[in-house]
Design a binder for this molecule. Structure first.
Ligand SMILES: C=C(CC[C@@H](C)[C@H]1CC[C@H]2C3=CC[C@H]4[C@H](C)[C@@H](O)CC[C@]4(C)[C@H]3CC[C@]12C)C(C)C
Ligand SMILES: C[S@@+](CC[C@H](N)C(=O)[O-])C[C@H]1O[C@@H](n2cnc3c(N)ncnc32)[C@H](O)[C@@H]1O
Length: 364
């Protein structure tokens, strides 16, 4: 073969490989975005590294962030930064629903996710004509599943503007924008009138609140009397031992890599709900048997994480992805190990479900 022909063949094969590596391998999740589209939310490329350093210095010592009022006040802003850093990686590597769900034998992750979300709608008795509030809505995966399953209208709130835009675009694409609305705001002080929702739910979101009373109090205020609220809470279980260094490291690792100002104990949730005025209708850890492990999806992804890490490094090198993405990806990889350990040891659950009711006027 002539040298020129060989060079051309090598160039074509090389280009094909780059295409395959970036576009095909990069599309980690079926519905996720492509690796080449990884941005860092509304942070400009030159600020990614700084923002990551700021995030890390704030959440490095999770317990301290919640204990002083001054630093607790800063939590929403750092949570916003966190979601600028991770939203695209989550969508790319996990999908449009930012939560866990028990595995369902013979079913895909997508089915398991949907079933876990539809359970919320069923617990609320949601139906057409109802107006529901999604507290901490992410890019709206649950909102669309719940609106489609129940026929209700849903209003979601998230602190992160980048997520608002993503969620609105997904709603339009799904043809659900007439029934799903997204608002940018703080769930610790919501921009909604009193008694304006028939029902409310939060999926793995209120763990970002320094004081659960504050977000539960707000949900109580905006619910109509008699209205129901379902929450899936991230908590430590009764198996957690504060004197065991391995337990402490595992929980700290979860808090650091997930922007949490200190995980609460499972047995605190119902009493906080009662403190703000709710009646506790039902409480159940949805991770307990017969439910199958929620963390198997994280474990099974090891090869995919290695591949993703390589993709992210190459894209950073080629300056397609901003500097700092690799560090963020590494942080997520580490937190995935801690989450898996938390699940396997049973000291942590991301799905402690509480069903709460705001008493009706007559009951007062
Ligand atoms: C409720 C919260 C988020 C829960 C989960 C959706 C995310 C927790 C950890 C995330 C991930 C960890 C590893 C990433 C992997 C290294 C990467 O290659 C692809 C994305 C991950 C799988 C990523 C996806 C989302 C999580 C599972 C918190 C924040 C309260
Ligand atoms: C892990 S994500 C879960 C998103 C969604 N519930 C889901 O399951 O896909 C947590 C969400 O809570 C939101 N959040 C955290 N703190 C918030 C606050 N103070 N006000 C409003 N939203 C907040 C984040 O912006 C994010 O959308």
């Amino acid at each position: 073969m002539e040298a020129a022909t060989m060079a051309w063949t090598a160039a074509v094969v090389g280009a094909g490989l780059v295409y395959w590596f970036v576009w095909v391998m990069g599309a980690a999740e079926v519905k996720g975005k492509r690796a080449v589209d990884l941005k860092m939310g509304s942070i400009t490329n030159d600020k990614v590294q700084d923002k990551y350093t700021q995030y890390w210095s704030f959440f490095r010592r999770p317990k301290e962030t919640a204990t002083t009022a001054a630093s607790a006040e800063k939590v929403p802003a750092f949570v916003d930064t966190f979601y600028n850093l991770v939203t695209d990686i989550y969508e790319w590597g996990w999908g449009q629903s930012f939560h866990f769900s028990p595995s369902l034998p013979g079913h895909s992750h997508r089915d398991a996710t949907r079933v876990h979300e539809e359970r919320v709608a069923d617990l609320l008795g949601a139906k057409p004509g109802h107006r529901l509030l999604d507290v901490g809505c992410g890019v709206g995966g649950p909102m669309r599943a719940i609106a489609a399953h129940s026929g209700s209208d849903v209003v979601g709130i998230t602190i992160n503007e980048y997520q608002v835009n993503r969620a609105r675009a997904h709603n339009r694409k799904a043809g659900l924008d007439a029934r799903c609305e997204v608002v940018c705001g703080n769930f610790l002080s919501m921009p909604f009138p009193d008694a304006s929702f028939d029902g409310a739910y939060s999926i793995e979101a209120t763990c970002h609140a320094p004081r659960l009373q504050d977000v539960y109090g707000e949900v109580f205020r905006v619910l109509k009397p008699g209205g129901l609220y379902v929450s899936y809470e991230w908590v430590t279980t009764s198996l957690y031992r504060g004197e065991d260094p391995e337990h402490v490291e595992c929980i700290n690792g979860i808090e650091r890599g997930d922007a949490l100002p200190g995980l609460r104990r499972q047995d605190e949730i119902a009493s906080i709900a009662k403190e703000v005025g709710f009646e506790v209708v039902k409480e159940q850890d949805l991770a307990l048997p017969p439910a199958l492990p929620w963390w198997t999806r994280l474990k099974m992804g090891r090869i995919a994480y290695w591949r993703n890490s390589l993709v992210v490094r190459v894209l950073t090198l080629l300056r397609i992805a901003p500097k700092g993405v690799s560090e963020v990806h590494e942080m997520l990889y580490e937190t995935a190990q801690h989450l898996t350990k938390g699940g396997e040891t049973g000291i942590f659950t991301p799905m402690h479900m509480v069903l709460l009711r705001k008493p009706s006027e007559e009951a007062k």
